[in-house]
Every structure is written in C-alpha cells, then in structure tokens.
Design a protein around this ligand. Structure first.
Ligand SMILES: Cc1ncc(COP(=O)(O)O)c(C=O)c1O
Length: 433
C-alpha cells in the first residue's frame, strides 16, 4: 500500500464513491401525496392523514398523546406553553444547542440561561445544569443533539428535586432510546422536527413539520388550547373544566401541520427503524476502528443510551495534542484529499458556533420594545441582564474547535467504510503532515 498522503500527491485511500445508496421511496411518496390532492384533503387536523400519522408516531414512541404542528420550533413553543413557562421565568438550555430549541420560551417572556456541556458526550452537563438553577428556573430544555441521548437519570432527578418541568428536544433523535424506552416516552414532553427530506433531513421528515409527545393529559390539553384552532374534535378532547369553556377556536393560534407534509412524514416514519439500525451499525463499525487511533476519539454514549436519528452526522472529538498539534483544519483537508468526507463542526447551526455568543445574548435585545422582554426586563422580576461573553463556558468553548462530524451513513457502497476507516488510519499515522 502506498502510504504517501493524497494531500502530498499520493494515491487516495478512498476510491469507492461514498454516495449514500439508500433511496427514499419516492413512488410511495408521490402516491400518498397525489391521493390527498385527489381527495382534496389539503387542510385541517384531527382527522384523516394528521390523525393517522399522530397515531402511528404515538405507537412508535409508545407514549399516550401525540400532536402534530407546523415546525419543530413551534412544537417546542407549544411545549413551553404547556408546562407554564412565562414572563419572569428562566429556562436552562445547553450552550452547544440551537436557537429554535429555546426561542419558544424566549418569546413566551422567559430568559434562556445557558449551561455548559460534558467534554466527552458534548451534551448538556447535568452538574452545570444544577449550578445554573435559581428560584426563577421553571424548566430544563434537554436537547439530544445529533441523536445522542442526554443523561436522563441525572436530569430527571434534578428536575424532580427542584420541581422543574422538562422540555425535551428530540428533533435530531427520533428513535433514540433511554434505558429501553423511546425518547418521547421518558420525560414530561418531547418535541420532534419533520424538517427536510431523508436521508439528510430530520430523521422523520416531510419538508416542514413538528410533533410533540407526552404521557401527561394536562400538558396535552394545554397544547390543544394553545395552538390547535379548529382542530376537528378539539373541544370534545378538553376534560379540564377551565379549558372546556373554549369553543373550537380555543386560544386563537393555529400551528397545524400541512397534510401533504404529514403524508411524506408517514412514509418516512416507516423506514426509520431500518435507517436507525443501519446508522447504528455503521457508527459502531467506524467508532470501533477509531478507538484504536491517536487523535480521534468517538463521542461517549451514556450506558443507558441508545442513540438514534443522527441528524447532522456522527461526532468524533479531535485531540490535536495526540497528533503533534496538527490543526483541525489541516486534518480535515488531508482527510478530504483522501476522498473521505468529514467536517469540523460541533454544532450544525449557521450561527456563531455557541449560543451565548449570538449578539442577542452578548448585547441583549429589547424583545418587545419599550424596555420590555426577558433580556433586559427587571419589569417582570428578572435580575438585570448582564450579557454573556467569551470565557463564560470553558468546556464548550474549548470543544468548539475540537469536533469533527462524519456523515451518518445508512447504506454506503460495499467496501466504502473500510476505505473510509483506512483514510483515518493513514492520516493519523502521518503527523508530520
Ligand atoms: C436541535 C433543534 N431543535 C429545534 C429545531 C427546530 O425545528 P424546525 O426547523 O422544524 O422548526 C431544529 C431544527 O433544525 C433543531 O436542530
């Protein structure tokens, strides 16, 4: 084997085209969409395709209640409403997270409070969550980033001890499990996104859309009154006498999903177990090989976690000190030259990398004008907003340039993964690069 690196003019380690072989069932998608168009079922909720999809998703997750909405971020907003997040509250969310995950709480008048991450899992660090709790904390926003599952035992224990609600974001993680139970059937209320299209979109995808799952009737009903205007049967569903006074226009917001999106999502859901199984196998194969190499350290999964969904790819920690200080950019370039697609990226958003460094949080913002809103408003009992700065989250800030992301392969061509692994071996054994 010629060991000369491709970036220095040697032959490439990867000669097999990496393109994903798994194909979405487009004919099935076309049929279900055309059937809806022919039936004229292009609006509404609580019947037809929306009810069918909710029932199938509910059964898949194993929870009692499931509702669809138009986006993952509105699913989260409705969940914050359901648990009673409002002005003067604080919601703890990971700094290596995503604005769409806590924006619903912010617009509800609550202040997002960031917590640091664990350097081995890259997920929210339960110890830092506990440090960030104040008398104003109302909820913890757990994000299962990249399909990895957070430490649910530790986080639920904290939530119970302090009487906090848990709003889970499983937008990247449909099909992931904790201790044998699907995420969506573990905490108080869990949200999923249906954005994009497979295989690159959210694990269950239909273009745009969102889903919430809960086992708590009260939370389900609060979501109904919040944003399910004119859902078929909405008033009959309300058992809480305080909500039964509403007519079918409930509290007036309509965040419902488009039936065509749910039709696509219904087809997508069918292939999720297969895709998740294949992605887990491929991830483990790659991770097993990388564990024997210097400089590249697969992220750690908690013992009770079974990751799934894998939106954004498989994450590997890059330790340059084990590779003679080789900068991550050079490593990525060398891998790409070998024909191995990888990225250097801790978070998938197009923002500043970490949430606290958005101008929204370094400078603050008068969200509702007139010196009101949660990022400045002592008016609602919050302390003055100090603004975040570089240095506030030492772990996340250290890790932000130490993570590489590998595509979440489902069905790569025969022999591709072996060559992909070989590219890692070749590049990591040439630290003189
Ligand atoms: C972690 C996370 N939460 C929430 C969302 C919001 O989902 P949607 O785009 O469907 O509103 C996204 C979308 O990318 C996300 O990545």
């Amino acid at each position: 084997m010629n060991e000369k690196l491709a970036i220095l003019g040697g032959p490439k380690a990867v000669t097999i085209d990496s393109s994903e072989q798994w194909k979405r069932p487009i004919d099935e998608e076309k049929k279900i969409v055309c059937d809806l168009i022919e039936r004229g079922e292009l609006s509404g909720a609580g019947f037809g395709i929306s009810k069918e999809f909710e029932e199938e998703f509910r059964e898949y997750i194993g929870c009692e209640y499931c509702l669809t909405v138009d986006h993952g971020s509105t699913a989260l907003a409705s969940a914050y409403y359901a648990v009673g997040v409002g002005p003067g509250d604080e919601v703890i969310t990971p700094v290596a997270g995503y604005i769409g995950s806590y924006a619903g709480a912010l617009h509800m008048g609550a202040r997002p409070v960031f917590c640091d991450i664990d350097p081995k899992t890259l997920l929210m660090d339960p110890e830092d969550v506990e440090r960030k709790i104040t008398k104003r904390t109302r909820a913890i926003n757990i994000i299962h980033m990249g399909g990895q599952v957070c430490d649910m035992d530790a986080l639920l224990d904290i939530a119970h001890r302090y009487g906090l609600a848990v709003v889970e974001d499983a937008c990247h993680a449909a099909g992931a499990e904790w201790d044998g139970k699907k995420i969506g059937n573990v905490g108080d209320i869990t949200c999923f996104s249906l954005q994009g299209i497979n295989p690159s979109g959210k694990p269950v995808s239909g273009g745009e859309g969102g889903v919430t799952c809960t086992n708590n009737r009260e939370l389900y009903e609060r979501q109904l009154i919040y944003c399910h205007l004119h859902r078929v049967g909405v008033t009959e569903e309300l058992t809480n006498p305080a909500y039964r006074i509403f007519d079918s226009e409930v509290l007036g917001l309509k965040y419902r999903a488009h039936p065509l999106a749910l039709a696509l999502a219904k087809v997508s859901l069918k292939t999720l177990p297969y895709r998740n199984r294949r992605m887990r196998e491929n991830r483990e194969k790659i991770f097993k090989a990388l564990r024997g190499l210097p400089g590249v350290e697969p992220v750690r999964d908690y013992e009770k976690a079974k990751p799934g969904g894998f939106y954004g790819g498989f994450k590997v920690i890059y330790n340059p000190e084990e590779l003679g200080g080789l900068p991550i950019e050079k490593f990525v370039k060398a891998m790409r030259a070998e024909g191995a697609p990888i990225n250097a990226r801790l978070v998938s958003s197009s923002g500043p990398g970490l949430e606290h460094l958005r101008p929204l949080f370094t400078r603050g913002f008068d969200l509702w004008n007139h010196n009101r809103g949660p990022l400045g408003g002592e008016w609602c009992g919050l302390p003055p907003f100090k603004g975040y700065k570089k240095g506030d989250f030492p772990v996340a800030e250290r890790m932000v340039n130490r993570v590489i992301t590998l595509p979440a392969y489902i069905d790569p061509k025969e022999g591709f993964l072996d060559q992909y692994i070989e590219a890692f071996r070749k590049v990591t054994s040439h630290i003189e690069l």
